[in-house]
Design a protein around this ligand. Structure first.
Ligand SMILES: CC(=O)SCCNC(=O)CCNC(=O)[C@H](O)C(C)(C)COP(=O)(O)OP(=O)(O)OC[C@H]1O[C@@H](n2cnc3c(N)ncnc32)[C@H](O)[C@@H]1OP(=O)(O)O
Length: 235
């Protein structure tokens, strides 16, 4: 079950009442990208060029940031764009708390949160990708796995069967989760982490780059190493 309202998956188009008949001649539906930093550049780069949804441009504080798409202004432009009929947003901010706040604010305004699935990503038919989530270049989402609202499966990461990725969690590039792994909301698994089957990682945990996680990690715990050991207690 992919995000029913706005997603790069072909199946989502069919359930989008605004999408209509998206034949080859239909123009793509515009998506306002919130954020114009490094994560935004990765997301825009990963965007499937044949998707029925395409980025209109991005908002951000610095008009001079590099971007493939037009700079639209600061987030102050969002109400005006909505009034003009641009109804979809994708929040491309690496900071998970900020990502959540911006997505919630945009949805409160009346926007639909778009889920981005890169053309080169592989998502199982039985997987679900929730509103505002991002599955970037070369990432793999296995059978019956769930990628929560606003979560990121970054470049080349893989989550195998029956995994549950909590809202606004971040699975960094090149991280691999075996089957039945659970990751709590806002947790960050650093680049190149491996997690063995069945492990439960709590909410707000931080896993250091290159770690191997072989046991459950409590909420808010920072760990690192092979095998991963506690670094310190986070507030
Ligand atoms: C596209 C993108 O860029 S996505 C970005 C994804 N981001 C990442 O992958 C970043 C992951 N971050 C890390 O690995 C960080 O090192 C963290 C979060 C684990 C720790 O950061 P800090 O809190 O600043 O810890 P700090 O650098 O002070 O290190 C504390 C101790 O942990 C050790 N340590 C830190 N990171 C690791 C690690 N990945 N593996 C093993 N040990 C580590 C340090 O050597 C240090 O040990 P010491 O006290 O014996 O000297």
């Amino acid at each position: 079950m992919l995000d029913a309202s706005s997603s790069d998956s072909g199946s989502a188009d069919e359930s989008d009442p605004l999408a209509g008949d998206l034949g080859a001649l239909s123009p793509p539906l515009p998506v306002v990208v919130i954020g114009n930093g490094g994560h935004s550049r990765s997301c825009v780069d990963a965007w499937n060029p044949t998707s029925s949804f395409q980025p209109l441009g991005c908002t951000g504080f610095d008009p001079h940031e590099r971007s493939e798409v037009a700079y639209l202004g600061t987030d102050d432009v969002l109400p005006g764009l909505l009034a003009q009929g641009y109804v979809r947003v994708f929040v491309a901010l690496g900071d998970s708390r900020l990502r959540e706040r911006c997505q919630r604010d945009a949805v409160k305004l009346g926007y639909v949160a778009h889920a981005l699935v890169a053309g080169s990503a592989q998502v199982a038919r039985t997987a679900s990708i929730e509103a505002g989530a991002a599955v970037l270049r070369g990432a793999i989402v296995g059978a019956f796995s769930r990628v929560g609202e606003g979560a990121i499966i970054n470049t080349g990461a893989s989550i195998d069967h029956d995994c549950v990725i909590g809202p606004y969690a971040h699975i960094a590039p090149g991280t691999h989760l075996a089957g039945n792994v659970e990751v709590g909301a806002h947790s960050m698994l650093g680049v190149g982490t491996s997690v063995i089957p069945g492990v439960k990682i709590g909410a707000g945990a931080v896993i250091g780059a290159g770690s191997v996680v072989i046991s459950d990690i409590p909420d808010g715990q920072a760990v690192a190493g092979v095998p991963a050991r506690p670094l310190k207690r986070r507030n």
